[in-house]
Unconditional design. Structure first.
Length: 412
């Protein structure tokens, strides 16, 4: 059937919504419209390719009303012109799709997300690493081809983060960038890594060993501020001071790991930096802090929203610092981190005369040298003694017993 295709005719076909034989346009030879079995109206072209086979090629143009008649006729005319010029639009479109797919696959953001999924996801701090890669690397270079990220771009990135006053963050970001680029090289996604021949020491400087030790007065202020702060921040910080664990180890703690009756917390190897399990004997005060805490379906000991572990440590510390400053007469403490609680714990153990290898085991550090291979004793009782001794020392600092008051007899 042939007819001059008009908007009125197309609307009539839509209204009937019944299968109809193809209607060929008398205005544009080789262009037509058809109604499918379910009433859908679509446009098509059909013609022989110059230099091709004898059989005509039928090509879809689009569906109505997503594509108007005027737009469909323009597209149909372009497709017919290609066939007339000896080009098969299907082959052209396939080539364009291959080029687009290759371009998409080479984008930095696509490769970086694949790196996060395949490589970073296995890391203990996967969430933090993934967040930094997205915030600092993908945000800068996401829409570029990874091969177009130059060494100068890496240097500029490190300088920008350092200039914001975060040299350690710049160092960590460089390390993650270097791992990402080398991962891409090993997968033949990149010929050379732009981080090659770059030394982070030259960019940021040598890493400074942190030696900040919290004073007794600072321990008192932090403990008191935590005691006056509600769940989860308050008990979380008190346990950091008591147990000497890493902030993420405590933040991701599960009730299934904690045995309050045996006063023991057992952390699986998948959550430890050393990839080895760790047991933490709980001093009586730690048990007393844990026992009344709320229980959630998620099973996390500390959670701000119920379904996820506590991980916004910056916000936790910000709120705690505000309370510490208020308790200190408006004077903030010298800059400190949650990791300083761990240093105070380790230094305290040495002060108490705890053997160095026991103190290191309390921190979940591996035994040095051959001892790791031949000495498989767990030292659980020694660790319990050490943690109880530190808890007693800490409580004597932060909650000292009131001085004895002696009533004096009045002299007559």
């Amino acid at each position: 059937m042939r007819a001059v295709l008009t908007d009125k005719l197309i609307r009539g076909l839509v209204a009937k919504a019944q299968p109809h034989e193809p209607i060929w346009d008398q205005t544009l030879r080789g262009f037509g419209v058809r109604v499918g079995d379910h009433g859908g109206v679509s446009f098509f072209v059909m013609a022989r390719q110059r230099g091709g086979g004898r059989a005509p090629i039928r090509l879809k143009v689009g569906r109505y009303p997503a594509l108007s008649l005027a737009e469909a006729r323009d597209r149909g005319r372009a497709l017919l012109r290609e066939l007339q010029d000896g080009t098969d639009p299907r082959e052209r479109q396939a080539a364009e799709q291959r080029i687009a797919a290759a371009k998409q696959a080479s984008r930095f953001d696509v490769i970086a997300e694949d790196f996060i999924r395949r490589h970073v996801a296995r890391a203990r701090t996967a969430n933090a690493i993934g967040l930094r890669i997205r915030r600092e690397l993908i945000a800068r270079w996401g829409d570029r081809a990874i091969a177009n990220v130059a060494r100068a771009d890496v240097v500029r990135m490190v300088d920008e983060i350092t200039d914001r006053g975060h040299p350690e963050a710049a160092r960590q970001t460089f390390v993650y960038a270097r791992r990402l680029f080398h991962w891409a090289v090993t997968r033949d996604l990149l010929q050379h890594a732009p981080t090659d021949h770059l030394d982070v020491k030259d960019l940021v400087g040598a890493k400074k060993i942190r030696q900040r030790l919290l004073t007794e007065n600072e321990l008192k202020l932090i403990w008191r501020a935590a005691a006056e702060t509600s769940y989860p921040e308050g008990p979380y910080v008190q346990l950091l001071l008591l147990l000497g664990v890493r902030r993420s180890e405590l933040g991701q703690a599960m009730w299934s790991e904690v045995d309050l009756e045996r006063a023991l917390w057992t952390i699986g190897p998948q959550r430890m930096k050393s990839d080895e399990g760790h047991t933490v004997p709980l001093p009586p005060r730690a048990v007393a802090i844990l026992r009344p805490l709320p229980r959630f379906v998620s099973g996390y000991v500390f959670t701000a929203r119920g379904s996820r572990p506590l991980n916004d440590f910056g916000a936790v510390k910000l709120r705690l610092d505000q309370r510490v400053t208020a308790l200190n007469g408006g004077q903030p403490l010298e800059a400190w981190t949650f990791h300083d609680c761990r240093r105070a714990f380790r230094t305290g153990l040495s002060t108490l005369g705890v053997a160095p290898h026991i103190a290191e085991l309390c921190l979940a550090h591996r035994q040095p040298g051959l001892a790791r291979t031949y000495d498989l004793h767990r030292f659980d009782e020694e660790k319990r003694h050490a943690l109880n001794a530190w808890a007693a020392r800490l409580l004597a600092i932060v909650e000292p017993s009131p001085d004895k008051v002696v009533a004096l007899r009045q002299v007559t």
